[in-house]
Design a protein around this ligand. Structure first.
Ligand SMILES: [Zn+2]
Length: 330
């Protein structure tokens, strides 16, 4: 029977949402990814999410059994089940558990998306075997999950790990959260695009990016230009690395991790970002940590680690059949 049992994991991202049906071994038995449509409001989004899950279930053999659903989402508290005004979704306060319960008769658990990605990496990914690490997601937004002594650090309200909204630059750029100078305003995909636009207006160096309409410029285009050797685009990644490394060194000083794990779309820039980042990170580290904290890169496609982590969180939140307790890292 255990081969027919599965849990549903969802990663609600600012750009894409991923649904995964995951078996006891952490294997994906079905997966769907779709663009997160936020403009019609959370009600329509939840309705569409529930419809897709039912469609996926309809394609499975009749004897397959779903044990529950874990959802990874931005700015969500596992204690209340509520998303609180996430900067990248444009919604107010949304009670995901109660809204989804109107459509699906399943036990549901929610968890901050980067927290979920940290659990997924610890259970199945590059952090398997680690007991102290910090995972940072660099994408549309920036988040983090902190694992201390093998446990997820959740905080008093379940909101711990908002690395993206730590201050990187005093009185710096406006952030989507309403504050100024947050890491997210510099090192997210949008932050990288903003850095390119700033440099283009400040520096009189010619760049291939000048051919782009300003409104069409994206971090991917800046990356492509950097790969072709464009000096302004390379400077953007150098500046991004310089800002990010200080905040990563702060996290290292706070949590004494075995490693820092990076994931998310921005990491696809590879060595264009990682080479300067590793160099500056090492220089920024407090001397007692130097040479001891590797930066590891997630091997999962976007959303998958959070999906796996959401299912592991569900497993910690509900009563499971005995064989799940012994076979799953959750
Ligand atoms: Zn912020």
């Amino acid at each position: 029977m255990e081969n027919r049992e599965f849990t549903v994991g969802v990663d609600l991202g600012g750009t894409n949402t991923v649904i995964g049906f995951v078996n006891i071994h952490g294997d994906f038995i079905a997966e769907v990814s779709f663009a997160t449509q936020t403009k019609a409001g959370p009600g329509k989004f939840v309705e569409g999410l529930a419809r897709r899950i039912k469609e996926m279930q309809d394609k499975l053999p009749d004897d397959c059994e779903c044990l529950g659903m874990g959802i990874a989402a931005p700015h969500v508290s596992y204690t209340t089940g509520k998303i609180v005004a996430p900067a990248n979704l444009g919604w107010g306060e949304v009670n995901l558990i109660s809204m989804l319960s109107d459509h699906l008769d399943l036990p549901i658990a929610v968890l901050n998306d980067a927290n979920a990605a940290a659990l997924g990496e610890m259970g199945y990914g590059v952090a398997k075997g680690l007991r102290d690490f910090v995972l940072i997601t660099l994408g549309t937004g920036i988040g983090s999950g902190i694992i201390a002594n093998g446990q997820l650090l959740v905080g008093a309200r379940g909101l711990a790990g908002e690395f993206g909204h730590m201050t990187a630059v005093c009185d710096g750029r406006e952030c989507g959260c309403g504050r100024r100078g947050c890491v997210e305003a510099y090192a997210s995909a949008q932050g990288i695009t903003r850095s390119a636009l700033e440099l283009m207006s400040d520096i009189k160096t010619s760049t291939v990016l000048e051919r782009e309409k300003f409104s069409d410029l994206t971090s991917e285009k800046v990356f492509m230009a950097a790969q072709k050797g464009d000096s302004l685009a390379r400077e953007v990644f150098e500046k991004t690395a310089l800002i990010l490394c200080g905040s990563l060194a702060d996290m290292a000083a706070c949590f004494d991790p075995e490693a820092i794990v990076l994931s998310g779309g921005v990491v696809r820039a590879g060595n264009t970002l990682l080479k300067p980042l590793r160099k500056h990170f090492e220089e920024s580290l407090l001397h007692i940590f130097k040479g001891q904290i590797p930066i590891l890169i997630s091997k999962y496609p976007e959303g998958q680690a959070a999906v796996l982590g959401a299912t592991l969180w569900l497993q910690q939140s509900i009563e499971l059949p005995e064989h799940w307790k012994t076979n799953s890292p959750g």
